[in-house]
Ligand binder design. Structure first.
Ligand SMILES: [Fe+2]
Length: 301
């Protein structure tokens, strides 16, 4: 069997506005564009991913919420229409994807052995959430790489940030073990926005960029502080500040994907490549990459 490898991890946020702005054939609503700086950031991330030639993309999404345990997509082929319940006017997307069920099962089993409640999602008619679909579309619109989709158990919200993120750390380590055991060459996707204060009213034309700006100065300043640390590879400091960032910027990293991804990568003190930053209805979004292969840290066994 090939040696397992975690090639890279991407911070890959999921505002459905980015898909809406791009007007791909799968999405029903039509736009006049908008959010170009973030979409161009994703264009560069797409080129980087293309060069990596991974076997599988693993994505953790805050919008597949499971109340009991951590769930994994467990049906080989899934298709249907994914609709954003908050922005059904912007996102009604016909998806069709292939799941790496063997790796998903290995992740679930490794998680269970580490003490987590895990479960395989076997409903063949399951509607995949818009967070998973938006992140995957923005990073790989060809849909030609199998995926592992992981739910958000939301323990950081039900319990507290510390306990919830400790669970995500365990889930990340289990994911790493499963990738090693199955010999996959994997790329990890943390589907998270940074500061998450947002507008409460949508502009008449959603893609009117004259209306787009950070919702709060404090949220913007937090984003810049965290991005600067990530660009410098000061990840220990990032994780030390994370609980305060979550509280003061209402950051979506609370839902765990960011911690899961870095735990799977063993928290490398590695500079991230920033592809771009932009706001969507006032929330802060950065597209970034940590490349373990270039750093000689990618091989798992
Ligand atoms: Fe979200």
């Amino acid at each position: 069997m090939a040696r397992g490898e975690i090639i890279a991890g991407f911070l890959a946020p999921h505002p459905p506005h980015l898909v809406y702005g791009e007007n791909p054939p799968q999405n029903e609503p039509r736009s006049q564009g908008g959010w170009e700086q973030l979409r161009w950031a994703y264009e560069r991330a797409r080129a980087a991913l293309d060069a990596m030639k991974p076997d599988v993309l693993l994505v953790h999404s805050p919008h597949w919420i499971t109340s009991v345990g951590h769930h994994f997509l467990g049906v080989r082929q899934l298709s249907g229409k994914s609709v954003d319940p908050i922005f059904p006017n912007l996102f009604r997307y016909d998806f069709s994807l292939e799941v790496d069920v063997e790796l998903a099962e290995a992740c679930a089993e490794a998680g269970r052995k580490a003490g987590l409640v895990t479960k395989m999602m076997r409903n063949p008619n399951f509607r995949v959430d818009y967070g998973t679909i938006t992140t995957l579309h923005m990073i790989r619109p060809q849909w030609d790489i199998p995926v592992v989709g992981i739910s958000a158990n939301n323990t950081p919200y039900y319990l507290n940030t510390k306990e919830g993120l400790a669970e995500m750390d365990t889930l990340g380590k289990a994911t790493r073990e499963a990738i090693a055991a199955t010999g996959r060459r994997a790329v990890l996707l943390a589907s998270n926005t940074l500061s998450h204060w947002h507008f409460h009213e949508e502009p008449a034309i959603p893609e009117d960029m004259s209306k787009e700006h950070p919702q709060t100065m404090a949220g913007y300043q937090w984003d810049m502080r965290m991005i600067e640390l990530m660009r410098k590879g000061r990840m220990r400091e990032v994780f030390k500040l994370l609980p305060q960032f979550i509280d003061e910027a209402f950051a979506e990293v609370k839902s765990g994907a960011f911690t899961w991804m870095h735990a799977a990568m063993q928290y490398p003190e590695l500079s991230a490549e920033l592809y771009g930053y932009g706001t969507v209805i006032g929330t802060g979004n950065a597209v970034m990459q940590w490349n373990l292969r270039d750093a000689g840290l990618s091989m798992l066994n």
